[in-house]
Ligand binder design. Structure first.
Ligand code: MLT
Length: 405
C-alpha cells in the first residue's frame, strides 16, 4: 500500500488565505447582496503596464512564426531576463551580481517552499512570529517543524522570533543556534523594515554559525526611505550566507502572470557543496521554466517606460496605504507599517482577538482583513490590511471601518 507523507496530517486545517476566503464566501452566501471590500489577501488590482502588455504581444507574435517559435526554454530563465535583473536590480545599486546566480521562476511563494528540497530535515529552522505562513507550512510538510501544538499555535521544533511593538517588529538573532533563518523585509505581514545594522547583525550571525538566511524581499519596490536596504546582498558578507527571493508579482502586477526569481550566490557553500549547483540541479529536474511570453513581459519592466509605468502603479498602492493609515489614525486606531510596505498592521481596539475583530469588520463594515493570529501567536490582537485594492474601494473601506467602530 502506498504510504503518504505523514507530515501533511499534522498540518492545521487549511492554509491561512484559503481559510479567510472560505469565511468570506460563507458570509456572502449568508448575506446575499453584501458588498464586501477585500483588504485581505495581498493581490494586485491595477492593470499591467502598457510596456509589459506590448512586449508580451510581440512575444506571442514571435511564437506564431517559424523563426520566432520557441519550445522548452532554459530552466533557469532566458539570458535576456537574467541579465536585465542582474544589471537593474543589483549592479545599478552597486551590488555585485552574476546572471548565473539568478534563477527565474514562477513565484516567490513556490521558491520559498521549494528551497527546502536542498536542505536536510535535521536543520533547526527559525522564523519570525508573525510570519508569512508558507515558510512554516512548507517546513512542516518536509518534517522539519516537529509537532503542531494546537494550544500554543506553534510547531515544537521551530524557533519562533517574536516580532512585536517593543522590537519594532524586527527581531535580533536568537540565542539558540538556528541553521536556516527566514527573514522577510519589508515584512509581510507587519510592514516593518530592517536597517543596515540590523541586517549586518544577521549576516554576521549566519556566517559565524554556518546558517543560511532565506531572505524574502518580494516587497522591496515599496521602500520609500532612502537608507533602507532593498537586498540582503547590500550587506557585506551576505554572499556566503544568504539566498534571496524576489518577485514581479507586487512590483509589476504579475500575480496572475507568474514570474519571480531566486538569487543563490556562487560563494554560498555548506557541507562542501555549492548551493547554487544544488538549486540548479533541483530546478532543472523539477521545473521547466517560465513561459517565454511572460519573461519578455518581465524584461519590459526594466525599460525606461516600463519602469515609469510600474512605478506609477506602486505609487498608487502607496497612496492607498497612506489613506488607510491616516483614516484609521483619525478613528483613534493604532497602525504600523504601510510606509515602506503595502501592508498595514492594525492593532485591534480594546484588546479584541484577531479573528473576533475580523468577524466584526466583516459583519459591521463588510470589510475583509487577514487576522494577525493566522500569521503566528504574536500576531494575536492585530489584523493585516492590504493597500492593493482600488483607490475608491480602499477609501470607502476606511470610512466603513470608522463608522462601524
Ligand atoms: C499575502 O497576502 O500575504 C500574499 O498575497 C501572499 C502571497 O504573495 O503568496
Amino acid at each position: 500500500m502506498a504510504k503518504i507523507n505523514q507530515n501533511y496530517l499534522k498540518l492545521p486545517g487549511s492554509y491561512l488565505f484559503s481559510e479567510v476566503a472560505r469565511r468570506i464566501s460563507a458570509y456572502s452566501a449568508a448575506h446575499p447582496g453584501a458588498n464586501i471590500i477585500r483588504l485581505s489577501i495581498g493581490d494586485v488590482t491595477q492593470p499591467l503596464a502598457p510596456s509589459v502588455v506590448e512586449a508580451m504581444r510581440r512575444a506571442v507574435d514571435e511564437m506564431g512564426t517559424a523563426e520566432g517559435f520557441r519550445g522548452y526554454g532554459p530552466e533557469q530563465g532566458y539570458d535576456f531576463l537574467r541579465q536585465a535583473i542582474a544589471q537593474n536590480d543589483y549592479q545599478a545599486r552597486g551590488v555585485h551580481m552574476d546572471p548565473r546566480e539568478i534563477f527565474v521562476s514562477d513565484g516567490a511563494k513556490s521558491d520559498c517552499g521549494n528551497i527546502g528540497d536542498i536542505f536536510g530535515t535535521d536543520n533547526v529552522v527559525a522564523v519570525c512570529d508573525p510570519v508569512y505562513p508558507v515558510y512554516v507550512d512548507t517546513n512542516a510538510m518536509a518534517g522539519r517543524a516537529g509537532e503542531y501544538q494546537e494550544r500554543l499555535g506553534r510547531w515544537s521544533r521551530l524557533v519562533y522570533m517574536p516580532c512585536v511593538e517593543e522590537n519594532g517588529f524586527a527581531p535580533a538573532p536568537p540565542k539558540e543556534k538556528a541553521d536556516i533563518i527566514y527573514l522577510c523585509f519589508p515584512n509581510n505581514p507587519t510592514g516593518a523594515v530592517a536597517g543596515r545594522e540590523q541586517l549586518k547583525a544577521w549576516v554576521d550571525y549566519a556566517n559565524a554559525n554556518g546558517s543560511v538566511i532565506l531572505y524574502d524581499s518580494a516587497y522591496e519596490a515599496f521602500i520609500t526611505q532612502e537608507d533602507i536596504p532593498h537586498s540582503i546582498f547590500e550587506i557585506e558578507g551576505a554572499r556566503t550566507c544568504a539566498i534571496e527571493f524576489r518577485s514581479f508579482s507586487k512590483t509589476a502586477g504579475f500575480t496572475g502572470n507568474r514570474c519571480a526569481y531566486t538569487v543563490v550566490p556562487m560563494e554560498l557553500e555548506r557541507d562542501g557543496a555549492s548551493l547554487n549547483a544544488l538549486w540548479n540541479r533541483r530546478q532543472s529536474t523539477k521545473f521547466n521554466g517560465v513561459p517565454y511570453v511572460v519573461q519578455r513581459g518581465a524584461a519590459a519592466v526594466y525599460t525606461p517606460q516600463g519602469r515609469e509605468q510600474t512605478r506609477a502603479a506602486i505609487a498608487y498602492y502607496q497612496k492607498n496605504a497612506q489613506v488607510i493609515r491616516d483614516g484609521l489614525a483619525d478613528a483613534g486606531l493604532q497602525t504600523f507599517g504601510g510606509v515602506n510596505a503595502p501592508y498595514i498592521w492594525l492593532k485591534t481596539p480594546g484588546g479584541m482577538g484577531s479573528w473576533e475583530f475580523f468577524d466584526l469588520m466583516l459583519d459591521r463594515a463588510n470589510v475583509a482583513s487577514t487576522p494577525g493570529a493566522g500569521f503566528g501567536p504574536s500576531g494575536e490582537g492585530y489584523v493585516r490590511l492590504t493597500a492593493f485594492g482600488g483607490a475608491q474601494a480602499t477609501a470607502e473601506a476606511v470610512e466603513r471601518i470608522k463608522s462601524a467602530l
